[in-house]
Each structure stands twice: as structure tokens, then as C-alpha cells.
Design a binder for this molecule. Structure first.
Ligand code: NAG
Ligand code: NAG
Ligand code: NAG
Ligand code: NAG
Ligand code: NAG
Ligand code: NAG
Ligand code: NAG
Ligand code: NAG
Ligand code: NAG
Ligand code: NAG
Ligand code: NAG
Ligand code: NAG
Length: 647
């Protein structure tokens, strides 16, 4: 729900006014890329999430921790299904296929990632087969509830014995399905022979029509935040769980049949269809700049051997240099040529490289500052002096360089509303030389008497709540005030697949059905703040101290002010008189206010309806204001309101 209100509804009694005088100059620089995104392939945010592939388990990929499985494929017409490593594999990367045998019209069907969205649009598909068969393949999308067929096509077989052959097809539904409980089916007429299938793929139209691309509506939801950067490919996703398989850039490239996939950090085999090139396409398509994470020699867990020695780390430093050559090298370099061969002769745009993820955890701090970070910092800056290197510890224990080559750090915080608000001034005194980027933040637990830190063994919020979103607004304004020290902010995690998730709250929740996407209350705050950026912060002097009102002011040139404010923990409405230097009486201003619909009862948002479906509950109103004498705008905000005034 996202309603517009024409009038201000006030219930509480007003307290004494806050006078604020905003100067036109004299502040700190604002970060050119304050609001950004963080991506972690947490339970089906990538596969089954933003990566648009509709078929779940398309290539029977497996590994020691996650052996390949037939699930969720099902037999059709009495087919007998078996996984096989045939003596002739489809590829080295994809050795396992499904053997389908039986008699009559048989086949296999796939339910997608908890459903398949069927619309009147063109779906493109492909699959590989091995086995002598001269008949036809019949492909369809149909309801698994009513068995209504929405699209089908028939394809002559090119299948051969002892050799893999690719088939490609299109499906164009005649009408949209009423829900996403649909399945994809391949059938053939079997007279006793058998066929092996592998790499069975089906894509809907993707964002900007990228082959092997992303889901349009989830990309549009990201775009609407006006993001400026994307931190990728994770977080914990980089590191590899106890299973010790870090993310490997060089195994996520090229044709899908050459990608083995990898045992991911979140308990399943990743297809790696969303690979390094796709992450860069994602950045290009959203026009955001990448912050590239590289593995820094620490696996998750704390047991012996989870941190590499300097000697064992050296090949990984070289591997990172190879990766950077792939991204930045010209076409005459080894890896630049590889990039060109994959269709991108121009180097990618990259200015920021983050070494690892949260390397202060799991006893990683000492080795990180002693040798792990310096090895990467020295090698990378020697080869690429213009790259900014970011440490992952969130403090300044691992540092490199000074001046324009000074390293930055990535600070993460998961918190409670009161605690985050109390940290409004956190960045007032941090380093200006070694800058901070906030690669992950979120309010995840409710306030608790005498407890300020998050208790990780206790439940977290199921969804972002409004009091948390207001606290996030307050805290991000504290960062914006220090835009010369804090270079970016990214809420985390970005995505939640409502059918399978391991972490809540999340910014955007989704299912296979695009109509069920939920943009959280935290999303609404970031959307408002990210759409109202400024080039420079300016002094905003008040006769009131911060709390319950918090604010930041900035400009985008003469008379173009952006004033942000949020009210947290007030017992009454708060009247403002904000005077902007250089603004004449009669100048128009626009005040956009976000609030919870039911005022002070702010802890049930987003909320679930009776069927367990998450619904949005943020409200937004826009007021037109006119400056009084002296360039003063008067307005009033209620408790737990977040507002932006622009002139
Ligand atoms: C295929 O080979 C892999 C790797 O050797 C093995 O783990 C897996 O069990 C094999 N699968 C089948 C169905 O034989
Ligand atoms: C597939 O399974 C059938 C039935 O078990 C078997 O006859 C056939 O040889 C298998 N195909 C391959 C390629 O091994
Ligand atoms: C179709 O629905 C039936 C239950 O009605 C379920 O058992 C089956 O797993 C579903 N199959 C697919 C492919 O979704
Ligand atoms: C349709 O699919 C959704 C999600 O996959 C599931 O929760 C729901 O129960 C299904 N509906 C029916 C009627 O099977
Ligand atoms: C990818 O790089 C790693 C580390 O350098 C190496 O061990 C591995 O063999 C490479 N994989 C491929 C497919 O080249
Ligand atoms: C690559 O090498 C060729 C041949 O030496 C040269 O003509 C070309 O300018 C080089 N390209 C780049 C981008 O350096
Ligand atoms: C590094 O930055 C400087 C100054 O912006 C620029 O002149 C130079 O070309 C850059 N070097 C590389 C290798 O990108
Ligand atoms: C909000 O109000 C409660 C109750 O008065 C108080 O305990 C808490 O410290 C306040 N929080 C902030 C951030 O002002
Ligand atoms: C909370 O802290 C106050 C002051 O330190 C103390 O008096 C009180 O007993 C504490 N309450 C609880 C529930 O621990
Ligand atoms: C995450 O996904 C994997 C694979 O689908 C599944 O085994 C695991 O249970 C999921 N976790 C949760 C909490 O749903
Ligand atoms: C600029 O940063 C300093 C902290 O170094 C802070 O005290 C000041 O309020 C900031 N100025 C503005 C205009 O936000
Ligand atoms: C700020 O000044 C205004 C008068 O301009 C006054 O009404 C108000 O009470 C003052 N607020 C505080 C918190 O002192």
C-alpha cells in the first residue's frame, strides 16, 4: 500500500518549534555515491531470484557437500528417471544428466522456483539430448492446478546416440496464467529407447533483453532506488562455508555448459549462471558502479586451517590480479583477450575493490592486518594505482597508503532502533583520509531494555518495521552529514525469496510471481533519500539539539536545497521553521513525508495478511509549501515521520 495524502493528519500536541538556519555554503563534500546496493546470493536471491532462469536444477549440478539430485523434476507418463554420468558427458563442467526411459508419451516436468510466471510474452528455451530418437519433442507451459495449457510447441528431434545435441525453442503463451503454479514439460514418444537430457533452460524476457539476464521487475525495483553502486558478489557468498569452496571468478564465465557451479554458502549448489560477467552487465544496466569483492583467504567457521598462511595465500593474490586483468586489461592481455572473446572488448568500469568480507570475525583480524590485507593492497596498487582498495573489517586496523591511494574500510552494522538512533553522531569524528563505506546495515531486532547489541541467538524481525526504518533514516542522515568521510551506504540483505530464506528482515521480498513483490518500509526510506541527493552538505544551525528531530541539509547549487529530517521518539508533533539563505519569500518548496499509516503503532510493518503474505504499509504524502519572509518554510511533523523538503 502506498497512498498519497493531500492533508496533514495530526493527533498529538505540538511542542516548541525548532528553528533551523541553513547556510548556502561552508559544509562538507557529499559523497557522489551515497546510496547503493549490496548483493548476496542468500537463499535463492540469485538462482531462483534476480537471475531470470525459470528452471530449477537445470543441469543436475552437484558437489561433495550438495550431491546432484533429480529434485524438483518429476516424471510424466510413467517415465523412469535416473541420474547418470554418461561416458560421454555434455561437458567437463556438467557431467551428470537425467536418463528418461519408458514407453509411450513420456517426459519430465519442472515446477520452476516455486512456480513459473506465465504471461503473454516470448520465452526462449534450450536443452541438450543424447540418445537415438527420430520423433518430435513437445514442450509446454501449463497450470499444475487445472492442467490448462498456456503455451506449447513441437520440435523435431536432432538427438543422436553417443553425442550431445542442442535444441532451442520458443514458447509464446496465448494468455497469461492466473497464478504462478505452472510447470514446464518436455515430452516425447518413446518406443522403448531412452534419452538423456541436460542443461534444460527457459528464460522469460530479461531486463534490457540481456541473454542470460535478470528478472525485469526486480531490476526495476532496484533502479527505482536511484542506486549509485553495487557491492558484489557478496558477503559471505565470497567466502565459502565449512565446505571450503570460495567463489571463483574464473569458473563463472563462458557458455553455461562450461560452468560447473559451486557449493554456495547458503546450503545449496549455485549454478553460477549469474557469474562475473553478468554482475558487470547488471552494473552497466543499472548505471551503478561496482564494488568488487575478492576472497581474502578466510573461510567461514573457526576450525584449524580456516585462515590461509601467507604462502598459501600468494596464488590467490595472483588470482585476483588475473581477475582484475579480466576486468580492466586491454584486449592484448591474456585475460583481457578472454573478456573480449566473451563479447566485451572494452574494459569494464571499476574503481573499487574490497578485500574479503568481515575479516575481523572468526579470529581473522590479526592475520588480516598483519599479512592478508597488505598482500592484496600492495599487489593491487602496484598493478593498478588508480584502484581504491577497501578493507573489510569496518575499522582502521588494516590500512594501506595515504592521500589519494589511501585504503577505505567497509563497516557493517545490524542493530536495534534505539541503538541505531543513538549512533547518529558516529561518523562525526572518523577518519577523513581513510574513508568508510557502509556495505551492510539494517535494524533487525526490536528495542530491549538495557540491551543495546543484537542478540544473534534470538529471533530477528520477520520484515522491516517502521520504527526500524525511521531509525535507519536517522542514522543514514548522520552518515550524509559526513559525506566527506562516509562514501556509501547499502542496506542488507537486498532480497528475500519468500519460498526459501535464511535471513530476515530484507529490503525486497519476492516470489516467482512478480505481482507478489514487496518493497519494504526500509526500501521506501532509501527510495526517498536516494532520490534526493546533494553535492555538498551545508551548515544547519538550530536552537534545538538533535533528538527527537534529526536532520541534514545539502545543496545542488544556488537555492537548490535538500533538507532531510526524521522524528524518532517524540511525545508530540514537532513544528519546524527552516530558513534557507538566499531563498526569497514566495519561493515554492515540496515536502514529501513518509509515515506509518496508524501513527504510533509502528512495529507491525511490513505486515503479513491472514494468509501469511507480506503486505506493504508505508504511506506517503506530498505538501506544497511557500517560503515566508526571510526564506522560512514552516511545517509540522508527527512522531515517526521521515521527510524531505526540496526548494
Ligand atoms: C557423477 O560423478 C560425480 C563426481 O565423480 C559423483 O560425485 C557423482 O556421484 C556421479 N553421479 C552419478 C549419478 O553417478
Ligand atoms: C538410460 O537408462 C536405460 C534404462 O535403464 C538404459 O537402457 C540406457 O542404457 C540408459 N542410457 C544411457 C545413455 O546409459
Ligand atoms: C503438481 O501438483 C501436485 C499436487 O497437486 C504435486 O504433487 C506436484 O509435485 C506438482 N508438480 C509440479 C511439477 O509442480
Ligand atoms: C501455488 O504455489 C504457491 C507457491 O509456490 C503455494 O504456496 C500455493 O500453495 C500453491 N497453490 C496451490 C493451490 O497449490
Ligand atoms: C580457476 O582458478 C583457480 C585458482 O587460480 C584454479 O585452481 C582453477 O583451476 C581455475 N579454474 C579453471 C576452470 O580454470
Ligand atoms: C593490441 O595489439 C595490436 C597489435 O600489436 C595493436 O595494433 C593494438 O593497438 C593493441 N590494442 C590495444 C588496446 O592495446
Ligand atoms: C589514473 O588516474 C589519472 C588521474 O585521474 C589518469 O590520468 C590516469 O590515466 C589513470 N591511469 C589509469 C591506468 O587508469
Ligand atoms: C526512546 O524513548 C525511550 C522511552 O522513553 C527511551 O528508553 C529511549 O532511550 C529513547 N531512545 C532514543 C534513541 O531516544
Ligand atoms: C537496567 O539498568 C538499570 C541501570 O543500570 C538497572 O537499575 C536495572 O536494574 C536494569 N534492568 C534490568 C532489567 O536489567
Ligand atoms: C535454503 O535453500 C536450500 C536449498 O534450496 C535449502 O536446503 C535450505 O533449507 C534453505 N534454507 C531455508 C532456511 O529455507
Ligand atoms: C561536517 O563534518 C563535521 C565532522 O567532521 C561535522 O561536525 C559537521 O556538522 C559537518 N558539517 C555539516 C554541514 O554537516
Ligand atoms: C526556538 O526558537 C523559537 C522562536 O523562534 C521558539 O519558539 C522555540 O521555543 C525555540 N526552540 C527551542 C527548542 O528552544
Amino acid at each position: 500500500m502506498f497512498r498519497q495524502f493531500g492533508t496533514l493528519l495530526l493527533s498529538a500536541i505540538a511542542v516548541s518549534a525548532i528553528d533551523i538556519h541553513v547556510s548556502s555554503t561552508g559544509g562538507n563534500a557529499s559523497s557522489p555515491h551515497m546510496y547503493g546496493l549490496m548483493f548476496e546470493d542468500i537463499n535463492h536471491s540469485g538462482d531462483g531470484g534476480i537471475y531470470a532462469e525459470l528452471i530449477q536444477n537445470r543441469a543436475f549440478q552437484g558437489s561433495v557437500p550438495f550431491p546432484s539430485t533429480i529434485y524438483p523434476w518429476e516424471p510424466v507418463g510413467g517415465a523412469v528417471l535416473a541420474l547418470q554420468n554418461t561416458s560421454v558427458p555434455l561437458s567437463k563442467a556438467l557431467p551428470t544428466s537425467i536418463n528418461v526411459s519408458g514407453k509411450g508419451k513420456i517426459g519430465i516436468s519442472n515446477p520452476g522456483w516455486w512456480g513459473i510466471d506465465v504471461k503473454k510474452q516470448k520465452y526462449t528455451g534450450s536443452f541438450w539430448t543424447m540418445g537415438a530418437y527420430k520423433g518430435k519433442f513437445s514442450l509446454s507451459l501449463h497450470s499444475n492446478l487445472t492442467h490448462q495449457v498456456f503455451a506449447n510447441t513441437v520440435l523435431p528431434s536432432k538427438s543422436k546416440s553417443g553425442k550431445w545435441t542442442e535444441h532451442t525453442f520458443e514458447l509464446e503463451p496465448r494468455e497469461a496464467a492466473p497464478n504462478s503454479n505452472n510447470t514446464f514439460t518436455i515430452q516425447f514418444d518413446c518406443s522403448g529407447e531412452s534419452i538423456n537430457f541436460n542443461l534444460i533452460s527457459l528464460f522469460p524476457p530479461t531486463y534490457k533483453n540481456r541473454p542470460n539476464g535478470n528478472r525485469p521487475e526486480l531490476m526495476e525495483a532496484l533502479k527505482a532506488l536511484n542506486p549509485t553502486f553495487l557491492r558484489m558478489p557478496g558477503g559471505n557468498n565470497l567466502e565459502g562455508d565449512v565446505s571450503r569452496y570460495p567463489w571463483r571468478w574464473n569458473e563463472t564465465l563462458g557458455p553455461l555448459k562450461d560452468r560447473p557451479g559451486r557449493p554456495g554458502t547458503w546450503s545449496y549448489q549455485n549454478t553460477d549462471g549469474l557469474g562475473l560477467l553478468e554482475y558487470f552487465h547488471w552494473c552497466e544496466d543499472l548505471e551503478v558502479e561496482p564494488i568488487l569483492g575478492v576472497w581474502a583467504g578466510m573461510f567461514l567457521g573457526t576450525e584449524e586451517g580456516h585462515i590461509l598462511s601467507a604462502e598459501a595465500l600468494a596464488p590467490w593474490v595472483q588470482d585476483t590480479l588475473n581477475e582484475l586483468e579480466f576486468i580492466l586489461g586491454d584486449v592484448n592481455t591474456t585475460y583481457g583477450a578472454l573478456r573480449a572473446s566473451l563479447g566485451h572488448p572494452e574494459p569494464f568500469y571499476l574503481r573499487y575493490v574490497e578485500v574479503g568480507n568481515e575479516d575481523n570475525l572468526n579470529n581473522g583480524g590479526p592475520s588480516y592486518s598483519n599479512y592478508r590485507f597488505p598482500m592484496f593492497y600492495n599487489a593491487i596498487t602496484a598493478a593498478y594505482p588508480n584502484l581504491t582498495i577497501i578493507s573489510s573489517t569496518g575499522d582502521f586496523t588494516a590500512l594501506g597508503g595515504s592521500g589519494s591511494s589511501a585504503s577505505w574500510t567497509d563497516y557493517h552494522i545490524y542493530s536495534r532502533p534505539d541503538n541505531l538512533v543513538s549512533r547518529f553522531g558516529q561518523f562525526d569524528k572518523v577518519s577523513r583520509e581513510h574513508k568508510t563505506v557502509v556495505g551492510e546495515y539494517a535494524v533487525i531486532q526490536e528495542n530491549k531494555k538495557n540491551v543495546s547489541a543484537v542478540e544473534w541467538d534470538l529471533p530477528k524481525y520477520k520484515n522491516p518495521v517502521w520504527s526500524g526504518a525511521v531509525a535507519e533514516a536517522v542514522w543514514t542522515m548522520g552518515a550524509e552529514r559526513n559525506g566527506d568521510a562516509v562514501m556509501g551506504l547499502a542496506y542488507a540483505p537486498g532480497f528475500q525469496n519468500l519460498n526459501s530464506y535464511q535471513w530476515a528482515p530484507d529490503l525486497i521480498s519476492f516470489t516467482a510471481n512478480p505481482a507478489q513483490t514487496v518493497l519494504s518500509v526500509s526500501y521506501r526510506v532509501i527510495e526517498l533519500f536516494g532520490s534526493n541527493t546533494h553535492k555538498e552538505t551545508v551548515p544547519a544551525v538550530s536552537n534545538s539539539s538533535f533528538g527527537p528531530a534529526y536532520w541534514v541539509a545539502g545543496t545542488n547549487g544556488p537555492s537548490k536545497y535538500v533538507f532531510k529530517t526524521a522524528i524518532y521518539n517524540s511525545t508530540a508533533n514537532v513544528p519546524f521553521n527552516v530558513k534557507f539563505d538566499g531563498i526569497a519569500a514566495g519561493t515554492k518548496g515540496k515536502l514529501t513525508v513518509l509515515s506509518a499509516p496508524d501513527g504510533l503503532s509502528v512495529n507491525a510493518l511490513n505486515k503479513e495478511d491472514g494468509t501469511g503474505v507480506v503486505v506493504e504499509t508505508t504511506e506517503k504524502r506530498v505538501q506544497d509549501l511557500t517560503a515566508k519572509d526571510g526564506g522560512v518554510f514552516g511545517f509540522e511533523l508527527a512522531n515517526y515521520e521521515v521527510a524531505v523538503l526540496t526548494t
